[in-house]
Design a binder for this molecule. Sequence first.
Ligand code: ADP
Ligand code: MG
Length: 219
Amino acid sequence: MPLDAADLSALIGLCREEIELHCEHLGRLDSAIGDGDHGANMRRGLEAVYRERDAISVLPLPAALERIGLVLVMSIGGAAGPLYGTLLMELGRGLAARDLAARELAVRELDAREEETDFAAVLAVAVTAVARRGRSGPGDKTLLDVLYPVQAELASHAAPVRIAECARLAARGTEMMLARRGRASYLGERSIGHEDPGASSCALLTMTICHYFKEQAPS
Ligand code: ADP
Ligand code: MG
C-alpha cells in the first residue's frame, strides 16, 4: 500500500500513543534486566518524532524515514537510540536507492506484490545494518529477535495480522533467551525468564503499523 502524508502522520501519532500506553510496562521490563529507562527512552523518541510530524509527513517516504531515524538517534538515547535510528535511516536510504534505480532503468510501475518483495529486501539490508551496529545476531535477546522474523514474514507476503502475531510471539520468545548483548548480558543466566524490553517495544510498534495497514486495506 503506498503511504501518503496523511498515512504517515497518522502512523506517527498511533506509534506515539502505543508507546505512551506501554511506557511503564517497558520500563518494568527494563528494570528486571537493565536500568529501567527503556519506556522513558522510547517515549522521548516518539514524542520528538510526533513534534516534527507535519514537516516529516510531507517528505517523500524515503526522506521521511531517514529523518525519523535521525530524530530517534538524537532523542531516544541509550543503546536503543542508535539501533532504532539505524533501522529507520537505512530503510530510508534503501528505498531512495531503489527509487533512483527504478527511475534510471525506467522500470514500469511495480504491482503491490512486487512492491512488498522490494520493501522486504530493503528491510533485510536495514536489519543487517542494525545487527552490525549492535554487533549482535539472532538469539542474543534483543530487538533483532523481533526484526528478523518480521522481515521473513514480510518477504513471504504474510498478511498484516499474521505479521503482527509473529512480532508478538517473537518478543515473548525472548523471555527464555540468555542475553548476550547490552546491559541485560551483565546478568548472564539471570537474564533468562524476562522478556527483552527492546524486543517488546519493537513488537508493539510492528503491531501498531500492521493494524493500520489491515484497517486501510480494501476489503
Ligand atoms: P540502555 O540499555 O542503554 O539502557 P534501552 O534500555 O533504551 O538502552 O534499550 C535496551 C534495549 O536495546 C535492549 O532491550 C535490547 O533490545 C536493545 N539492545 C541493547 N544492546 C543491544 C545490542 N548490542 N544489539 C542489539 N540490541 C541491543
Ligand atoms: Mg535501559
